[in-house]
Ligand binder design. Sequence first.
Ligand code: AHI
Ligand code: MN
Ligand code: MN
Ligand code: MN
Length: 301
Amino acid sequence: LRLKVVGEPISGGQPKAGVDHAPIHLVNAGLPQQLKEIGWEVHFGGHHQFEEIETTNDPPIGKLKRPRLVSSVCKAVADTVGAHAKNGVLPVTIGGDHSLAMGTISGTFSQYPDACVIWVDAHADINTIETTESGNIHGMPVSFLLGIGTSVPEFSWIKPVLRPERLVYIGLRDLDIGEKQLLKQHGIKAFSMHEVDKYGIGQVVEKALDHVNPGRDRPIHLSFDVDALDPSVAPSTGTPVRGGLTFREGHYICEAIWETGLLIGLDIMEVNPSLEDQKSVEQTVAVGCSLIRSALGETLL
Ligand SMILES: N/C(=N\O)NCCC[NH3+]
Ligand SMILES: [Mn+2]
Ligand SMILES: [Mn+2]
Ligand SMILES: [Mn+2]
């Protein structure tokens, strides 16, 4: 079992500094050794291994903020993740903000065009340039991957590799009005926190997989935004929203997806080690590490 940890310290998709430091914090918390202890051969990849990437001249395009930085980093991530996937290695991308998923999913789908995406998040991240209110691109990656909304030349490298019927959300509870309309318009399946309460996480994961992977034969890309978890569980993140997944619900999702044997791409996004007190940061970093371990086969027994 070989995996590549791709540390991607991008923070350009959102305004709060610090999210680019998450990879080094998870590594310093012992993630590589933890993964080796559950049988993985761990390597580091990534064009932007813990470097800062600065672009001076990057004025907004319409409302889009830091568009050239975000596009260039995501393109590099797509190439890196795609190369790992082609080499039969599992890319584990540590964000960084969720705009990175434009790169990671473009990368894994270049090798697994028949794959599906399970997007675990408080947010849908599906705003188009027409619907975005903030212009922060971490609220938009899904629209680019679906190829919906007016195209932006700087992002023309992103092909519409993701089809609506291959995408399912778990954990939603904070959608912009434009996003709710887009989900309906494109018939995209979503299990909000209401469904998690109603059915329980076991049934939600089963229903989510039945929707995007009825034959349990399609590769799965899991894109996990730690703000899907309740802020009491993962406090140090940029856009916390109350009423989120419990520690166990978050880990159950990861365990259940590992159990399918179909995981081909993993993102753990939006850990920001600069937002809270030391204890809250350590708690959030530790949750990031344990979610990765659960998604990569660490069992309770
Ligand atoms: N964490 C975020 N997305 O997952 N923030 C942006 C969403 C705002 N609509
Ligand atoms: Mn730091
Ligand atoms: Mn997100
Ligand atoms: Mn989010």
